[in-house]
Design a protein around this ligand. Sequence first.
Ligand code: FCB
Length: 454
Amino acid sequence: MANAELDLDPTVLGARFPPGFAWGFAASAYQIEGAAAEDGRGRSIWDTFSRVPGAIADGQTGDVACDHYHRFRDDVALMAGIGAKAYRFSVAWPRVLPDGTGAVNERGLDFYDGLVDALLAAGIEPLVNLFHWDLPQVLQDRGGFANAEVVDWFADYASHVAARLGDRVGDWMTLNEPAVFAFLGHADGIHAPGLRDWPTAMRVADNELRGHAAAAAVIRARVKDARIGIAFDVNRVGPATDSDRDRRAAAQWSSARDAWFLDPLFGRGYPQLGLEAHRAAGHLDGVELADPPGGDLDYLGLNYYRRDSVRALSDAPFDWEIGARPGSEQTQMGWEIAPDGLRDGLVELHREYAPPEMVVTENGAAYPDDVDPDGRVRDERRLAYLARHVEAAADALEAGVPLRGYDAWSLLDNYEWSLGYTRRFGLVHVNFATQRRTRKDSADWYGRLIAATG
Ligand code: FCB
């Protein structure tokens, strides 16, 4: 970081990536599509949860969101205009199977079919993610991901999507951030379905791992040469202080959360330290755990945003405070900015698990952006955040990590879950009253970076 100017220079940074590096964007169905009741879409747990009084910061739903369902051609053109080579989007399960299982809604599949064609015509590789948290409500009514039957439901859903899109899509992702879905949705209650019960969350986590394996097998059977991945969020975890207690807490948390999924995915079963912590906290009471089958992965997707510090409030596992260090540099989410954590995370994950390939499947920052009177959006803090993280990705690449691509979160400002429309992550500004899209300065910067690659 000797020369701050140089750090932001997209041409210098771009030259550190090989030709063909898959620069792209990531997004998810519920956060952008809208059209919640159109063309036969069934209800999802987010349709339900977003209507729970007090659940969402601004009381808003994803009913309209970015209206991407109707504007996807314009949005693909926007991405192409920036020079994107890849787009990671998710399929809404309730659009494809309104009843969760059984009869397929062809109109739902038609939408993704059209999106894939538009992407390919624009020279953008689609990466299809099957599950970004919008479970059909009817399946939640039967226990959702805590019901072991979900493994078959998920594999069945995967097979329908693979059958329709598999002739044109090579890159598949089963789940987005299974730890967030399991823990925030079922133990902390701040995401759909809004439950607060640790044993349920642990069953959900276990079924997600089994669901990944089952869906991967189905995709392999249906799609020749499919590449299978999963998007897992590993933020930088560290102790809040140098005390033994904080250091032990940080190690327990990363084992009980990150290794809890990664170890089984890479065929090692559940990690000992995490097991002890969850057991001691009563999270496994009444839960029958058997190690899930090893995951089938061609690449590991890493979603990376921040550093989390763990402060132990007592010696009891999970009696912890987790968050940004006071006084640290933070985004509007209150997330501590730590670009080195992306480099170190990539290097360490590769050293520990040796996935054949890695992709940064999400990275980005929320700031309150406005369109200036001259029509520009001067989002220099986002631009700097992206530049520093792209630099960290280049460092990881040069350290030998087989990094294949990077997806910025996100193309558009969108529905940020329980924070509604109060957080803007887009490189393109969305006026939610008019749906007008405006490229921010960060989008122009990203375009120059992509152009300079190779
Ligand atoms: C990730 C989610 C994504 C988005 C970003 C900001 O945890 O996968 O949907 O909300 O955070």
